[in-house]
Write a protein that binds this ligand. Sequence first.
Ligand SMILES: [Zn+2]
Length: 373
Amino acid sequence: MAERKKPHQKYKKGQQFGLHLSVYRNPGPNKLGYLVGRNNANGVDLNRNFPDLNTYIYYNEKSGGPNHHLPLPDNWKSQVEPETRAVIRWMQSFNFVLSANLHGGAVVANYPYDRSFEHPVRGVRRPANTPTPDDKLFRKLAKVYSYAHGWMYQGWNCGDYFPDGIINGASWYSLSKGMQDFNYLHTNCFDITLELSCNKFPPQEELQREWLGNREALIQFLEEVHQGIKGTVLDENYNNLANAVISVSGINHDVTSGDHGDYFRLLLPGTYTVTAKALGFDPQTETVTVGPAEPTLSHLLNNVNYFSLQLLETENPCITKQELVNFYLKRSIPQVSSVGRAPSRRHGVGAKVQPQAARKKEMEMRQLQRGPA
Ligand SMILES: [Zn+2]
């Protein structure tokens, strides 16, 4: 059974996952009755307000720097609006696995990256397919939504055509500082953007049709949280290891374990080599075969008004086919330079990285943040 929980509520044993809904960035009329959309009281579009981490990841993809949990710029708090600050804090407070932004203005499931890797010409970046290392997975997540939706999969909507009702954000039009790129680059959360209606502000009489068109798709999207592997990273004494880095060979995007050593890695069916690393411990590698997940939820979302949803996994095993892979890391033989250094939460530096090399990379990252290309 799945339940919706408020962020401050604890997750009970046996519960499959928690679901967070955020409605505070919900477009609505202002005092004069005009629809104001996504802008806050300061007139800032909140989906163009997250720190831009794409510059760093595109650099790192070439230079071999960190591929996940990119640090925020030093002055990030002064660069973003209070609402964005609150969302970032929220994202950092839970080990979110899967999420969707619900938007309007088109009918399509849009997956990252949103920012084109092309350099801007007079402030404009040319649209270009800009896939993440998890492109196949994101395409599948987007298709799960579009094909369970009443009409999104047909592709012809609002005068646009999107094959299968999905699109890589940057190949449609390039945007910077959106939420989906941010979530993927700064947290463990895989986020897609769902454009649900041609009319950004559908009148009340259309809401019933919209709800019926989206209900099944929302449920099937939720079920995707069980597609992959999960487990706990522990030391030899069964202590939880937080911030351990879980890497899948062939996919250049790691995830980290949460405060209780729990980790979740969405993966398509297949056989994978998975390695857990933590500073001060020997890495451990396992081979795991992921089968297709089976539907387990029913009509969770009936009667829920929604505008944004976030999924949170728990450390409890569930009854789906999601593979459970626990890691028991042995403390490595101490080396003078690395003794006593706690694993870095912000950078997720793996045990294999030599401290000097890690420092050099950190310096490079910092320099890049001061003057991005
Ligand atoms: Zn949108």
